[in-house]
Structures are given as structure tokens and as C-alpha cells.
Design a protein. Structure first.
Ligand SMILES: *Cc1c(COP(=O)(O)O)cnc(C)c1O
Length: 388
């Protein structure tokens, strides 16, 4: 068999301006990075609080390595569940106000694991159309009847729930939508789900650390309890600056995942030192609310500046601030123009977002300065020609 067929598909993707390539990062995460041998100012990291290269986390990681070694060594159910993992699970449960929490090696695996442990062919899963790929994949893989509802639209969800006679119904949504930056209307979604006897699962990958008084995310911001959001998932590689993910919920939920979530059972535990570093991260997330306040100030500064330049922003109060462009080639032109000026902002194109909604996805971090945001705005001003 030849690979010509693959070459044709690759060529098609190039022609459509959708080809992706990887950049080589030669520095730690931070506002100023070295990429492909060039120093530049980056606005595309998910390290929202600026913790990925924080001295306290690096110190904790080193200490974790000294205490626990490097590899997890085995799966959690065999010999890989270390006291570092366990302590982090207890701390995450306490922070989120849930009886228990369970660590996964990545957010992608957590989402596949949870949905597949809870549902099978007799069941139904209801997903927001703009949910993260891992949630969609989890739903499709589960074999449950798969339905998408209109973006952040509880009425559209209700219509679908009312028609369903599935054994179990699981409603699944991003807390903060990863490509649009808007926050799900969780109080409405929770009410609609409860009334239909469905469970609500929230993936708060982009809200954890960023939203709520102690950074516990959109459930904290809205004051929602476990009965409102029985399945709460968060990731540790974004706001927390480390790696991995967790699910928080009832005793029955967590025990079900330990017994049935295949992406939990059949994989090596994350390196315990990562869990140890995450404990240090959780302390900063909870206590240093100035990081959230600084982020909010930068968000306001960016939004008012970009709007004055005539760029179309989306309804986002989070550090994800997409500039809507539409055309994939135009999004690439802007992204390349920024790069020539030493600024790094990723262009997001289909299939990550729907056709015709290509965008520049600006993300802000608490470690950006106001001057750095102003540099981005000045470059966007220079590039404006093709936009208006
Ligand atoms: C990043 C992300 C994930 C995946 O988490 P990883 O830990 O990076 O695998 C899941 N859901 C959402 C909404 C995300 O943005």
C-alpha cells in the first residue's frame, strides 16, 4: 500500500490554508519566549496565572522528585497510587467542596474515562455544540445516543432532554468555552438538567484558577453545589501550570470511576512529583487572588483597546479573548504579520472551529504587563488594513 493517498489529503489541507505545524519552544512558558530561535512576546499560552515557571512550583517539583523519584511506575490500581497523588486528591476535593476527587493523567483522558464509565448504549449524552474535542470524543466512544444542543442554550437542551427516554442522561458542557472564551450559563443548565433527571458534567479546564473567589472556577463563581453539578472536571496543565486533570464529586461517582473508567485503570499514574508540585500550585491558586485581579485588569485593557481599533471581539470576560476574523487565510495573514513584529498569537482555523469563524485566539496571563498588552494593540493597529 502506498502513502500517496495520505499525501493527497495533506496537500488538500495545505491548499485550504489549514495546514498545521509545530513551533519549537526553547524557553520556559512566560510572556517572553524563544520560539524557532526568535525571541517574542507570546499571547497564546494557557498558563493563565503564570505558574508554569514559578519558583515555588519548580522547588516543589524538585522536592517531589527527591521524595518520590521520577516515574509513577504502575497504574493507580496496581502500585502507582502514591501518597503525593492521594494528598492532592484530598486537597482538590476540599477546595472544590466535593466529597472526593480523582486524578487523571490528562484532561483528555479524564473526559473519555468519565463519560465511558457512566454511559453505554442504553443511555444518552447531550453536548453543547462547541464542547471541547475530548468531550465530543468521549460521548461518541461511549456508544450512548449522542446529541448536540445549540451553543449555551438551555431551551435547546430542554427540547432534546424532554424527548429522551434513555436510562441515564448526561449533559456535558465546557465551563469556559475554549475557543470562544464565554462562560456557560450553568445555573440554567443545572436547573434544566435536574428537572429532566439528567446529570450535569462541567469541564472547567479554562475556569479553574481563573474564576471564583478562591479560583475554584465557574461553579464557585455561580455558587453551584454538588447537586447542581454532580460531575465536575478540571485540568491542571492550564491555570495550575503543571499537568494532569481531576474529577470531583460524590463517593459513588469516584468509586464508579475507579472501577470502570478505562483511561484511569489502564495507564501509568502521573509522575508523583507532578502531583507534589500541583499541591504547591493549589496553594498559590487559592491564596494569590491578585493574579485573578491582574488578569481582569489586562482583559479590560485589551478589550477596550481592540474594540477602539475596530476589531470584532467575542462576549468573553475570561483570559481567552478571540478576535473574530472569519476567513482562514486572513487569520493567517494577521498571525504572520504579528509574528514579523515579534508577537505570537495563534490563528485558530477549522476544524478546531466551525468553517468561516477563523480567529486569532489571544490569551492573557497574569504575568503579562500593561505595556506588553499595549505592544499587541499597537501591532494590531498597524495590521488593521485588511480587516475593516
Ligand atoms: C485543554 C482541555 C482539555 C484537555 O486537557 P489536557 O489536560 O490538556 O489533556 C479538556 N477540556 C478542555 C475544555 C480543554 O480546554
Amino acid at each position: 500500500m502506498s502513502f500517496d493517498q495520505l499525501e493527497a489529503a495533506l496537500q488538500e489541507r495545505r491548499t485550504a490554508h489549514l495546514y498545521r505545524r509545530r513551533r519549537l519552544l526553547e524557553s520556559p512558558q512566560g510572556p517572553e519566549v524563544s520560539v524557532d530561535g526568535q525571541n517574542c512576546l507570546a499571547f497564546c499560552s494557557n498558563d493563565y496565572l503564570g505558574l508554569a515557571n514559578h519558583p515555588a512550583l519548580k522547588q516543589a517539583m524538585i522536592e517531589g522528585v527527591e521524595r518520590f523519584g521520577v516515574g509513577g511506575g504502575a497504574s493507580h490500581l496496581v502500585m502507582g497510587h502514591s501518597s503525593a497523588h492521594h494528598e492532592l486528591e484530598e486537597a482538590l476535593a476540599e477546595w472544590t467542596g466535593r466529597p472526593r476527587a480523582l486524578l487523571f493523567s490528562t484532561g483528555y483522558m479524564a473526559n473519555l474515562g468519565v463519560i465511558n464509565a457512566l454511559l453505554d448504549k442504553q443511555d444518552a449524552v447531550f453536548e453543547d455544540r462547541l464542547n471541547h474535542a475530548s468531550l465530543l470524543d468521549g460521548g461518541l466512544l461511549s456508544g450512548a445516543r449522542f446529541q448536540r444542543y445549540l451553543h449555551n442554550d438551555a431551551a435547546s437542551l430542554k427540547q432534546r432532554l424532554d424527548k429522551s427516554d434513555a436510562r441515564r442522561k448526561l449533559v456535558v458542557t465546557d465551563g469556559v468555552f475554549s475557543m470562544d472564551g464565554d462562560i456557560a450559563d450553568l445555573p440554567e443548565l443545572a436547573r434544566t438538567s435536574r428537572e429532566a433527571g439528567a446529570w450535569l458534567m462541567v469541564d472547567d479546564a479554562h475556569g479553574m484558577g481563573v474564576l471564583g473567589q478562591t479560583g475554584a472556577g465557574c461553579v464557585e463563581q455561580f455558587g453551584l453545589s454538588q447537586s447542581d453539578v454532580p460531575v465536575l472536571m478540571g485540568t491542571l496543565g492550564k491555570g495550575f501550570g503543571t499537568a494532569g486533570a481531576f474529577v470531583a464529586g460524590s463517593e459513588a461517582l469516584i468509586e464508579t470511576l475507579i472501577q470502570f473508567a478505562r483511561s484511569y485503570i489502564y495507564t501509568t499514574s502521573m509522575p508523583p512529583a507532578v502531583a507534589w508540585a500541583t499541591l504547591a500550585s493549589l496553594k498559590l491558586v487559592r491564596e494569590e487572588s491578585w493574579r485573578r485581579e491582574k488578569l481582569q485588569a489586562l482583559i479590560q485593557r485589551f478589550r477596550s483597546g481592540a474594540q477602539q481599533l475596530g476589531y470584532e471581539l467575542m462576549a468573553s470576560e475570561t483570559p481567552i479573548q478571540p478576535i473574530m476574523i472569519g476567513d482562514a487565510a486572513e487569520a493567517m495573514r494577521l498571525s504572520e504579520g504579528l509574528e514579523t513584529r515579534g508577537l505570537f498569537v495563534s490563528a485558530i482555523r477549522p476544524p478546531t472551529v466551525p468553517a468561516g469563524s477563523s480567529r486569532l485566539r489571544v490569551t492573557l496571563s497574569a504575568t503579562h504587563s500593561e505595556q506588553q498588552v499595549d505592544r499587541l494593540l499597537a501591532a494590531l493597529d498597524e495590521l488593521r488594513g485588511g480587516v475593516a
